[in-house]
Design a protein around this ligand. Structure first.
Ligand SMILES: Nc1ncnc2c1ncn2[C@@H]1O[C@H](COP(=O)(O)OP(=O)(O)O)[C@@H](O)[C@H]1O
Ligand SMILES: [Mg+2]
Length: 187
């Protein structure tokens, strides 16, 4: 997976999280980077909604890692914020690897600290989009650029599902164009 996106609003960031959740599997590690206020936690909230886990998903203050169990029999979401962590040894202390195999693990500010947790990972970099006609200082919604970059065999050939309320595979609405464009997935 390698995608560059522009995300205009908070709602669009939540929607991106939901789209991402549709391709996430137990064992996946997602590493989020970007400045304070970039929208990392907002993206995790969308992922949590898409996975159907128990909320609320918030910016950890004293708790550095939190487990959000699934409400629907799927994988739990482990949400960690490595902002206050200074070394891989401190990351070890979180015991993220204990839950990695069975959960979706998302780490904010994890760049340079958590890469050793799993051989494959999805890096997500979020930045403020450069000023343009539709964004600038003082506007409530400020667009972000998001880069998704998969590393390892897990992410080869994996893409985001299309935006919008894509019908679930096998649903009545999916039997039309979605099935025609599917890759021959058996029903
Ligand atoms: N396009 C956008 N994408 C994401 N967040 C946005 C956007 N525009 C405005 N925001 C706001 O920016 C803030 C991002 O905060 P948060 O997700 O906690 O960032 P981080 O976890 O990276 O510090 C939220 O208040 C969100 O509503
Ligand atoms: Mg955050």
């Amino acid at each position: 997976m390698r995608e560059d996106l522009t995300v205009a609003t908070t709602g669009d960031m939540l929607a991106l999280g939901r789209r991402l959740a549709a391709v996430l599997l137990p064992g996946d590690l997602v590493v989020l980077s970007g400045d304070l206020g970039a929208g990392k936690t907002t993206l995790v909230q969308g992922i949590g909604a898409g996975l159907g886990v128990r909320g609320p998903i918030t910016s950890p203050t004293f708790v550095i890692a939190r487990v959000h169990p699934s409400l629907s029999g799927g994988p739990a979401l482990v949400h960690a914020d490595a902002y206050r962590l200074g070394s891989p040894a401190e990351v070890d202390d979180l015991d993220l690897d204990a839950s990695l195999e069975t959960s979706v693990t998302v780490v904010e500010w994890g760049g340079g600290l958590v890469e050793d947790l799993a051989p494959d990972r999805l890096d997500v970099g979020i930045a403020l989009a450069p000023p343009g006609p539709d964004n600038g200082p003082g506007l409530e919604q400020e667009p972000r650029t998001v880069r998704l970059e998969g590393h390892g065999a897990r992410w080869e050939g994996v893409g985001l599902p299309p935006p919008g309320n894509a019908p679930a595979p096998g649903s009545a609405a999916a039997s039309g164009s979605a099935a025609a464009s599917g890759g021959g997935k058996a029903s």
